[in-house]
Design a protein around this ligand. Structure first.
Ligand code: ATP
Ligand code: MG
Length: 332
């Protein structure tokens, strides 16, 4: 029996962080045996953001960085297919054709685009490509006919658009596309170390999966907690406190977490102890990732080969999909 497919991936705009991990990477690892998995390194997509238009070298380096992160967390390159978006011109062709099926108003009616315009200070200078990028993302997903798309909550509007486009195409021209489902992680959206609603590179509130021990310690010790608490003997607030949100997300010792929360609320524990315990938990998560990443950093040709091989394999699949599309719309 053939396996169902997963399509998921990352913008190669820097190293991956804990937000990526809880939102999408954890599900990738869990499902890599059950599904045939394609991981897109969305390099052409990155140019949707003004910041990267003038800095192609960041994206070029990012391709290696995010692939190394994905390998370091335990995705097995003999099972999972990694590919570079720019290596698949069929995605551009498909994206162009799909854009004809989406009204301009519908493209603009997207809460995540609106949020990114704000978070990334784009004002009204965002490009036509930025507005179009969820449609290009639909092309990424549909070109391999994925069934499941593991993503953080912010990506769900794009998956919804993908489903609409697939439905519209199928009902207009005949069945070609699977209508994919989004799958969010247990933590749908991880807060930043500064307490902002989203951990994101653009706000500089991240903890990277490749963090050194010293840097991890520094970032945790300067984390935002309860601003109204001055002394360790003051009763503190646990709800919405990023340090406790991280304990809930990463500390599997529930007893310890409940004990810390109880003492925090009654002013019987200082930030230092709560943060020290968080450091131990996160360092345990990151240490093996760090070690595995060091191997790939020393063997970057191997990483490039994994991408080249995966891109060729994916391209053969997308060519089949595109041929079916062109036949249906009588362009072949
Ligand atoms: P950054 O904002 O830090 O540049 P990004 O959002 O651009 O990151 P993407 O490549 O767009 O990163 O995201 C890759 C995956 O990680 C997506 O599925 C996205 O939803 C998820 N993700 C990113 N940040 C978070 C977060 N803070 N919490 C949960 N999921 C997240
Ligand atoms: Mg994003």
């Amino acid at each position: 029996m053939t396996k169902k497919r997963i399509l998921t991936g990352d913008n190669p705009t820097g190293k991956l962080h804990l937000g990526h991990y809880v939102g999408s990477l954890k599900n990738r690892i869990r499902l890599q045996d059950e599904y045939e998995t394609f991981i897109i390194i969305a390099d052409s997509h990155a140019f949707a953001y003004p910041k990267y238009v003038a800095s192609p070298e960041i994206v070029a380096d990012g391709v290696l960085q995010v692939t190394m992160d994905n390998l370091a967390i335990g995705l097995d390159p003999t099972k999972v297919t990694f590919f570079a978006e720019s290596g698949i011109p069929e995605i551009y062709e498909l994206g162009f054709l799909l854009s004809m099926l989406v009204s301009h108003n519908r493209a603009l009616r997207n809460p995540t685009l609106k949020e990114e315009i704000k978070d990334k200070n784009m004002g009204d200078n965002y490009s036509l490509g930025f507005v179009n990028f969820p449609i290009m993302q639909a092309a990424d997903i549909l070109c391999v006919n994925a069934h499941l798309v593991p993503v953080g909550e912010d990506q769900l509007p794009h998956v919804e658009l993908t489903r609409e486009v697939a439905r519209k195409f199928n009902s207009t021209y005949g069945e070609v596309f699977v209508e994919p489902e989004g799958l969010v992680g247990e933590v749908k959206r991880l807060v930043g170390t500064d307490g902002n609603a989203k951990m994101t590179k653009s706000l500089g509130n991240t903890i990277f999966l490749s963090e050194t021990e010293a840097e991890l310690k520094r970032k945790i010790s300067s984390m935002y907690t309860d601003p109204s608490r001055i002394h360790p003997t003051d009763p503190g607030r646990v709800e919405g406190n990023p340090v406790f949100i991280y304990h809930d997300a990463f500390n599997s010792n529930r007893e310890e977490v409940e004990d810390l929360k109880g003492r925090y609320k009654t002013g019987k524990v200082g930030d230092v102890e709560v943060k020290d315990k968080l450091f131990k938990v996160l360092n345990e998560l990151i240490a093996p990732i760090r070690e595995k990443r060091a191997y790939y950093e020393a063997h970057q040709d191997e990483v490039k080969e994994i991408i080249a091989h995966g891109t060729a394999k994916t391209r053969a699949e997308t060519q089949k999909t595109l041929n079916s599309v062109l036949e249906k719309i009588q362009l072949r």
